[in-house]
Design a protein around this ligand. Structure first.
Ligand SMILES: Nc1ncnc2c1ncn2[C@@H]1O[C@H](COP(=O)(O)OP(=O)(O)OP(=O)(O)O)[C@@H](O)[C@H]1O
Ligand SMILES: [Mg+2]
Length: 333
């Protein structure tokens, strides 16, 4: 059964600036990110919600010759047009009610570095014209100002909407679209990344195990079946949230189906849960094939004796020193 799949040493993930993957599709993307980073080209990152667009933008910056300069990010969907203008271009004193002093915008503070425009499709038309000028002649005027300022900023944008469609609807300038989509990087959905559900699950389990107090060391078969069946519309972020919630709210070394978000627990997976609790002795997805049997015994003893070492050793018929060594080897302490 798929839940018995294990992580072999040779599947150790590739990593790039906080992103990890074992999927060939993503490793190819990492290579494109490295290549794009070497240039100053304007990059558009395409991908669904939670696929890691911001991490890719940050990676482009960190791998680029601009790395020692600032990386600034702004989400174009979270501001009113007026506030976004001020956020991007800055403003001069008295430009509008409440503008008590000059304020530098993100373009100015990102000078020499990279500016990441998240959800660029939401950029209001009026600001699109001003951004176009930044890309064309590297100049902009702060809100309420008269003087044009020069700026040297690389623009990386992201969207999960097709800009072409918005251009057809008159909501996005065609000339700007061509300026910001010089290099386009497509981030696959989580379910399209071969092997990444498993690799990322353990990656996040490791992360939250370190934060403690819970330490998860195996995934219940029913939980794993549910995770594999689920389409993950919120992609990597949704997976991370599920692991974090389980780590905070659940108990014991085995991640269980009932600890996952309700949307993962469809009727089909409840049946699987019953099946697996009837037939299995605990750990569903061991981390290594080495001594898998012992690992399961250990987990079972752990459960039955509530983690009491003396009683666990007795149940397993081994000395406390051996128990200690095994617990340690399997990462249970
Ligand atoms: N390959 C990866 N490895 C590790 N963590 C990842 C990976 N991809 C994404 N994440 C994590 O998933 C979460 C979402 O990533 P990010 O914010 O970059 O996605 P996004 O595409 O910008 O999402 P949104 O469309 O919602 O803005 C973050 O917590 C990030 O750390
Ligand atoms: Mg984002």
């Amino acid at each position: 059964m798929s839940a018995d799949r294990v992580i072999h040493p040779e599947t150790f993930p590739a990593s790039l600036c906080g992103m990890i993957t074992v999927a060939p599709e993503m490793q190819a993307l990492f290579e494109l990110v490295r290549r794009a980073a070497r240039s100053d080209a304007t990059v558009l990152v395409r991908g669904e919600s939670g696929t890691g667009k911001e991490l890719v933008a940050a990676a482009i910056h960190e791998q680029s010759p601009r790395a020692s300069h600032p990386f600034r990010a702004v989400n174009c969907a979270t501001f009113t047009p007026e506030l976004l203008a001020s956020e991007l271009f800055g403003h001069v004193r008295g430009a509008f009610t409440g503008a008590f002093a000059d304020r530098r915008g993100l373009l100015a503070t990102a000078d020499g570095g990279t500016l990441f425009l998240d959800e660029v499709a939401e950029l209001p038309l009026e600001l699109q014209a001003r951004l176009l000028r930044v890309l064309q002649v590297r100049r902009f005027t702060p809100v309420g100002g008269t003087e044009e300022l020069e700026v040297d900023v690389r623009i990386v944008s992201a969207t999960n909407a097709a800009l072409r469609k918005l251009v057809a609807q008159g909501r996005f300038r065609e000339d700007l679209m061509y300026r910001i989509r010089v290099v386009v990087l497509y981030l696959p959905r989580l379910v399209e990344r071969t092997g990444d559900l498993e690799a990322l699950t353990w990656h996040f389990i490791d992360e939250f195990n370190q934060r403690g107090p819970r330490r998860i060391h195996a995934i219940d078969q029913a939980a794993w079946a549910a995770m594999r069946a689920y389409p993950w519309p919120g992609n990597v972020r949704e997976l991370r949230n599920n692991i974090e919630a389980a780590s905070v709210l659940g108990e014991g070394p085995v991640l269980r189906l009932e600890e996952l978000a309700p949307e993962l627990r469809s009727p089909g997976t409840e049946e699987l849960a019953e099946l697996s609790s009837a037939g299995s002795s605990g750990g569903g997805l061991p981390r290594t094939t080495l001594e898998e049997e012992r690992y399961r015994e250990l987990l079972e003893a752990f459960h039955r004796e509530g983690g009491h070492r003396g009683r666990m050793a007795e149940r397993l018929g081994i000395s406390r020193a051996t128990l200690y060594r095994r617990l340690k080897r399997h990462g249970l302490i």
